[in-house]
Design a binder for this molecule. Sequence first.
Ligand code: PMP
Length: 359
Amino acid sequence: MSRALNFNAGPAALPQTVLEEAQKHLLDFKGTGMSVMELSHRSKVYEEVHNGAKLKLKKLLTISDEYEILFIQGGASLQFSMIPMNLLIDESVGSYVLTGSWSEKALKEAKKIGQTQVLASSKDQQYKEIPSADLNKLSQDSAYLHITSNNTIYGTQWDTFPEVSVPLIADMSSDILSKPLNVDQFGLIYAGAQKNLGPSGVTVVIIKKDLLKRSNDQLPTMMNYQTYSDHNSLYNTPPTFAIYLLDLVLEWAHSEGGVEALEVKNTEKANVLYDVIDGSKGFYNGHAQKDSRSKMNVTFTLPTEELTSSFLAQAKDYGFVGLNGHRSVGGCRASIYNAMPLDHVIQLAEFMKKFKSLT
Ligand code: PMP
């Protein structure tokens, strides 16, 4: 059976071995005569999966005991609200750097809860770059600084993170686990699983324990980080199958050599595509400025709308899936997360060269 050349932005390609492993145990997981989907979330067998996933993530990202790992539903989008609900307290200010639509959405939700500040924005530059933030302008009442580490739609990515005196919060939905990370630099990291971690349905939140004290117990129970922390993310029924697949993806990441090895592979894949763009004498026009380029989402346009449409149509005929840019910006986007094989990226690069030479 041939697998699709899947360049979807999320949900995205998963490692084939993970899918095969899940398939193998679909009817009988560890001698239970049941699928993981059918197990009680209070059973020992499920508990091992749940705690195993936490432990693997802790090891892969070297997360210290000062942090809690939480599994929450509602996607990264619910975190846009939970963060200010839990952390934006006592007339404090939520500070945001705007680098694209997802950070705009995060800001929009925070505005409903409390005061906010836009510390920097690259909106006027069509989000082609990660703006430099003047940290002296951070409000004295700032409760946290929120950034989006990788901008899935525009194809930009933070390289180094700002050093701030307030907790740094990052939406890492589209680049978590793609490279080594100094977790200690952050107060909170969150990521919807459906790009680098697994299927949709579970969102990973890594929160510094001392921030949990800010959560007010008058918050709705399911909106309170403390609830997830107190109950090992088992206050209610968690998305057990999604967490099982997360566990398998983390096992796979470990077997690939961990985040250091994944970074080397991701850099190689991204270079294959950026080299075609840079060598095309402007035929392919990368959206992101070179120093802000993402290694996860490569965004580009062709000289005219007609050529872009024709490129996408021919790419589809060839078998490439998911190369259309996000519906809000158009153009083309190749999402090349951890599980994307180098071979598929090379096939796309060859296709791009051929399309140019025949035009
Ligand atoms: N943040 C980023 C960076 C994203 O790419 C996305 C979309 N995949 C979201 C947030 C929203 O995630 P979700 O659909 O899980 O709410």
